[in-house]
Design a protein around this ligand. Structure first.
Ligand code: DUC
Ligand code: ZN
Ligand code: ZN
Ligand code: ZN
Length: 476
């Protein structure tokens, strides 16, 4: 036959168009989008469904080391299984360099965790915790050439924080090798000061995690990162933006003409700091501990304003799963002594699309085309995967999610395929659900059933991001 697979009768949605069309696939790639296609080995009836590019989640954490704290609830096998169940076909997790370690060795270690175990395609961002001269001078440029074309740096956490000088050195290195830098913007000293003061006052419940890092702390760090990016003339991506204060810093910089990009996440439009109170300030608030913390309803509105007006390019999960129960859980004995020891992060790779579809498309805040841009296309463009991933057109990988726009569902743990023992979105009612995931022409999920296998997914060597090109001030 001409096609291995034809997806027939659906509504194809891309970041720019919505059209009634069939999709013809051969050898794992889309080779035709047309009104009517025949001559296929297999035909999938997509009548009544949206046919969209598979989700690309450019911010997930899988198999990261514990630093003495609890281990993550997902490695590559369960994490990518959860990803495809949620309509995703590509994830970009992080390869973390522990201080004192070689970055290259760290990358090799992550490949051992991922290769042959992944249900979807994957790349890696590099977390730089130790920007020594050999890392900046030799290791990073070589790794960028090998397809690891983005870094993440942190402005907080004992094991990861970089000082201003180090941030500037990493930014300058990125400028030199054309990499895009993602920045975790929360100020270390302010958080430490607040956390110690709260603890001294006996305020140790999970809720005080949110109190210890208010929006002003995120705003200050966001401004500082932007200023350093301006000084070094290098574009940056501010990740997991939680509310109006940091959003306005980013908008201000964008309006000045700086190339500052921004990401937000489901937790900043679906959870609030009150969730961290649990039941009467009990430990169940730990289920919602992540950083930056969820804010309030006014912040949800600010995030939507930023999404609608183009401040945000990507909507990622920041999937960073920990167990709730047990010795390895958020309630482990040390974590019960203070919010400071509750691991930061929540699962979400499987529920990202549904939450944005419900709160964005169903509730009338964004179009379905903007939905595709925010969940797939922009991730591909920004992180060097375009035009291989991120759209439905001849030449692209046949990475597709079939979406039932009328299916009503209540998000709950029993539906999840992740390793964690809870979902922070338990009870959230949504309309719109992924009913089939196709990875390079192979049906890997149908009606919640996993049909793919570990090893279906492969490593993606990513190109340089066109978004990382400097504004052009002459290098010093
Ligand atoms: N930053 C993340 O990106 N994810 C989880 C925790 C954190 O601090
Ligand atoms: Zn054939
Ligand atoms: Zn972060
Ligand atoms: Zn993260």
């Amino acid at each position: 036959s001409e096609y291995d697979l034809v997806i027939r009768g659906g509504t194809v949605v891309t970041a720019s168009d919505t059209l009634r069309a069939d999709v013809g696939i051969r050898d794992g790639r889309i080779i035709a989008v047309a009104e009517k296609l025949d001559d296929a080995d297999r035909i999938i009836d997509a009548t009544g469904l949206l046919v969209m590019p598979g989700g690309i989640d450019s911010h997930v954490h899988l198999a990261q080391p514990a630093f003495g704290g609890p281990a993550m609830a997902d490695g590559f096998e369960s994490g990518t299984r959860s990803a495809i169940a949620g309509g995703n076909t590509t994830v970009i997790p992080f390869a973390l360099q522990p201080r004192g370690a070689s970055l290259r060795t760290s990358v090799v270690d992550y490949h051992k965790e991922a290769d042959g175990k992944s249900y979807c395609d994957y790349g890696f961002h590099l977390i730089i915790s130790d920007p020594s001269p050999s890392v900046l001078g030799q290791e990073l440029p070589a790794l960028v050439d090998d397809g690891y074309s983005s870094f993440k740096v942190f402005m907080t956490y004992d094991d990861l924080v970089l000082n201003d000088r180090q941030l500037l050195e990493v930014f300058d290195c990125a400028r030199g090798c054309g990499a895009l830098v993602m920045v975790h913007c929360e100020g270390y000293d302010a958080i430490r000061f607040m956390a110690e003061r709260l603890e001294a006052a006996g305020k140790t419940a999970p809720y005080y995690h949110a109190v210890s890092r208010p929006q002003s702390v995120e705003r200050e760090a966001t401004h500082r990162a932007i200023s350093h990016a301006e000084l070094t003339d290098v574009p940056i991506m501010v990740v997991h933006v939680s509310g109006r204060e940091p959003m306005e810093q980013i908008r201000w910089a964008q309006q000045k003409g700086l190339k500052i990009y921004a990401e937000t996440c489901p937790q900043y439009v679906a959870l609030t700091a009150d969730d961290l109170k649990g039941l009467n300030m009990d430990e169940s608030g730990g289920k919602y501990v992540c950083s930056p913390p969820p804010r309030d309803h006014a912040s949800w509105d600010a995030i939507w304003e930023g999404i609608r007006t183009g401040v945000f390019q990507t909507f990622s999960s920041d999937h960073c799963p920990f167990f709730y129960e047990g010795e390895m859980g958020k309630l482990n004995p040390k974590a019960r002594t203070s919010f400071r020891w509750v691991p930061n992060g929540i699962p979400g790779v499987e529920t990202r699309l549904q939450i944005l579809y419900q709160k964005g498309v169903v509730e009338g805040r964004i179009t379905v085309n903007e939905f595709v841009a925010l969940t797939s296309t922009n991730h591909a463009k920004i992180y060097g995967l375009y035009p291989k991933k991120g759209s439905i057109a001849p030449g692209f990988d046949a990475d597709i999610v079939l979406w039932d726009p009328n299916r009503k569902e209540t998000i709950r743990q029993e539906l999840m395929h992740h390793g964690a023992d809870y979902t922070p979105y338990e009870g959230l009612e949504v309309t719109g659900w992924p009913v089939m995931t196709v990875l390079r022409g192979k049906v890997v999920m149908q009606d919640g059933e996993i049909l793919g296998e570990p090893g279906d997914g492969g490593f993606l060597k990513r190109s340089l991001s066109p978004y990382a090109v400097p504004n052009g001030a002459p290098a010093l």
